[in-house]
Design a protein around this ligand. Structure first.
Ligand SMILES: Nc1ncnc2c1ncn2[C@@H]1O[C@H](COP(=O)(O)OP(=O)(O)OP(=O)(O)O)[C@@H](O)[C@H]1O
Ligand SMILES: [Mg+2]
Length: 467
C-alpha cells in the first residue's frame, strides 16, 4: 500500500439542519488518482472545501503529509501544496489567460516577470499555449476548464483537487483532457477528482469512492464500483441504452422555424446560415463542439434579416416579450460564466421569478410540479440559491424555466453537472411526455441529450409575440 498523502478521517459537516457530510473518510495514496463520485448534493464539493480550508468541518480531521491541517486557512494550505479547482469556474474575465494563470504562480514567485513566465509554461502543459494573450472572457467552456486547471497547477501543488474539470466538455475534448490529467499524475502530483463523466473515471482513477447523502457507501477499483448494485441504485442508474429516444415519424406543425440565420459578435461571424425547425411536441437536439455557436443560436445576437419565425416573426424581440409569448430558456451552464440565478434569494423565490411574466396565476401548482420533478429543490426551497451544489443549481435553472408554462423550452446543456441517475430520470420524464404540446429544444454537446418539457400544464395555442 502506497503511503497516503491525504487522510480524511470521519469528517462531518452540518449546514443548519442539513447533515451534508456524515463521518466521511478517504485516503489518497501519494502519486495516484483517486476519484470521488456520487449523486448531486451528496457532499462531494463540500468535502473538497473542507480539505482545502474553505470551510471548517463540524467534526473529524484532515491529515496531510502526516500533519493535522484541520481548519487551516486556504492560503496556508496552498503554501503546503494543496490546490483545488472550482466546479463553477470564474476566471478573471478581463485578464488574459497568461495573467489568470500568473495569479496562481505568484504564490511562489513575487516578481511579475517570473510569474508570467511560469504561467506560459503551465499554459503550454495544458494546451493553452496558443491562447496566452486572449482575454479569459473569450474562452469556450473547454478553454475555461483548462484555465482553471492551469491556475491550480501554477501553485505547484503536491495534492490537486479537481472538481468536475470535464463537465461540459464534448467527447473529443474529454479525450484530449484525459492524457493531460494522466501526465500531471505522472509528474508525481497526487490527484483527487470529483467527476460525473464515468468513462474518464474508469480510465484515470485507480481507486473510486462513492459518496451518497454525505456517507461513503462504497469504495474500490473502478470495475468493481461500476458493478456494485448499491452504486447503480444510488448513482449510476439502469438502462443507459434507453436514453436514445426513437425519432417520431409524423411531425405536426412547426412552432419555431429558423431560416438562414446569421449571427456574430462585432466583426466575427459565428452562425453562417443556420436552418432549424421545431414542431409541436418535438424534441430537437443541437450538437456541436464547444465554441461552434450553439449558445449563440440560443441568444439574440442577430446580424441581419428576419430569420426566426414562430408563426409570427420574433426576430428582434426583447427577451421579456418572448417570455410573455411562451419561449423559455433554461440556461444554467455553470461552466460558461455561472448559472443565471439570484444567489442571495432562496430557491423558492428564484422559482417564483420564473412565473413573473407568465404562469403567475398558477404559480403554486406549478411550483409543486417542479418540486415533484426535482424533490431536491423542495428540500432546499428555503436555501439561498448561491449555496446550492452545482447539480442542484442546474435543477433550479430548469425548474425556473418550467414555471412559465412554456410552449417552447430551450435548454442549454441541461445534463451538465447532473449525476447519471438524475440524467436518466430527467430524460425518462421527457420520454413519457414527449408528445405534449411544449416543444423542447436543446443545445448540447452530449449525443444522448434531450430536453425537458412541462409534463401536464394547461396548454394553450401558440400566441404571437408582440415585437
Ligand atoms: N453554504 C451552504 N449552506 C447550506 N447548504 C449548503 C451549503 N453548501 C452546500 N450545501 C448543501 O449541501 C449539500 C452538498 O452540497 P455539495 O455542493 O457538496 O454537493 P455535490 O456532491 O458537490 O453535488 P453536485 O454533484 O451537484 O455538485 C447540498 O444539498 C447543498 O445544497
Ligand atoms: Mg459539486
Amino acid at each position: 500500500m502506497v503511503e497516503p498523502l491525504l487522510r480524511v478521517e470521519q469528517v462531518s459537516k452540518r449546514f443548519g439542519g442539513l447533515l451534508a457530510l456524515d463521518r466521511a473518510s478517504l485516503l489518497a495514496p501519494a502519486g495516484r488518482i483517486t476519484a470521488l463520485i456520487g449523486p448531486n448534493g451528496a457532499g462531494k464539493t463540500t468535502l473538497f472545501s473542507i480539505i482545502a480550508g474553505f470551510a471548517p468541518p463540524s467534526a473529524g480531521r484532515i491529515v496531510y503529509d502526516g500533519v493535522d491541517i484541520t481548519g487551516e486557512p486556504p492560503h496556508r494550505l496552498a503554501r503546503r501544496g494543496i490546490a483545488r479547482t472550482f466546479q463553477i469556474v470564474q476566471p478573471f474575465t478581463t485578464l488574459t489567460v497568461r495573467e489568470n494563470i500568473a495569479v496562481g504562480a505568484h504564490l511562489s514567485r513575487p516578481a511579475r516577470a517570473d510569474a508570467l513566465a511560469a504561467a506560459g509554461d503551465v499554459a503550454r502543459a495544458v494546451g493553452l499555449g496558443d491562447l496566452l494573450d486572449r482575454p479569459a472572457a473569450t474562452l469556450t467552456v473547454a478553454g475555461r476548464k483548462r484555465l482553471e486547471l492551469a491556475r491550480a497547477l501554477a501553485i505547484e501543488p503536491r495534492l490537486l483537487l479537481l472538481d468536475e474539470v470535464l463537465a461540459g466538455l464534448n467527447p473529443s475534448e474529454i479525450r484530449d483532457m484525459v492524457p493531460i490529467i494522466r501526465a500531471i499524475r505522472d509528474r508525481g502530483i497526487t490527484i483527487v477528482m470529483i467527476e460525473h463523466v464515468m468513462q474518464a473515471v474508469m480510465s484515470l482513477a485507480e481507486h473510486v469512492l462513492v459518496l451518497s447523502e454525505g456517507r461513503i457507501i462504497a469504495e474500490g477499483p473502478p470495475q468493481a464500483i461500476a458493478g456494485d448494485p448499491r452504486v447503480v441504485e444510488a448513482y449510476l442508474g439502469h438502462g443507459a441504452a434507453g436514453r436514445m429516444l426513437a425519432a417520431e415519424p409524423a411531425m405536426p406543425e412547426p412552432i419555431l422555424a429558423v431560416n438562414g440565420l446569421r449571427a456574430g459578435y462585432g466583426t466575427t461571424e459565428i452562425l453562417r446560415g443556420v436552418d432549424l425547425t421545431v414542431r409541436h411536441g418535438e424534441i430537437v437536439a443541437v450538437l456541436g463542439a464547444n465554441g461552434a455557436g450553439k449558445s449563440t443560436l440560443n441568444q439574440r445576437h442577430l446580424r441581419r434579416g428576419p430569420r426566426l419565425e414562430r408563426r409570427h416573426p420574433v426576430c428582434g424581440c426583447r427577451d421579456r416579450a418572448r417570455a410573455a409569448g411562451g419561449d423559455r430558456r433554461a440556461r444554467p451552464h455553470p461552466g460558461a460564466g455561472g448559472p443565471a440565478h439570484f444567489p442571495n434569494m432562496t430557491v423558492r423565490e428564484n422559482l417564483d421569478l420564473g412565473a413573473y411574466r407568465r404562469g403567475r396565476a398558477r404559480r403554486e401548482p406549478n411550483r409543486s410540479k417542479v418540486f415533484s420533478i426535482f424533490p431536491r429543490l423542495a428540500e432546499r426551497q428555503r436555501q439561498r440559491a448561491g449555496t446550492l451544489s452545482g447539480g442542484e443549481q442546474q435543477m433550479l435553472a430548469i425548474g425556473r424555466g418550467l414555471m412559465a408554462e412554456p410552449k417552447l423550452l430551450i435548454l442549454d446543456e441541461p445534463s451538465l453537472g447532473l449525476s447519471p441517475l438524475l440524467v436518466e430520470e430527467l430524460f425518462a420524464l421527457i420520454k413519457r411526455h414527449q408528445r405534449g404540446r411544449t416543444s423542447p429544444s436543446c443545445w448540447s454537446n452530449r449525443m444522448w441529450c434531450k430536453a425537458s418539457r412541462w409534463p401536464s400544464a394547461p396548454i394553450s395555442s401558440t400566441t404571437a409575440c408582440s415585437c
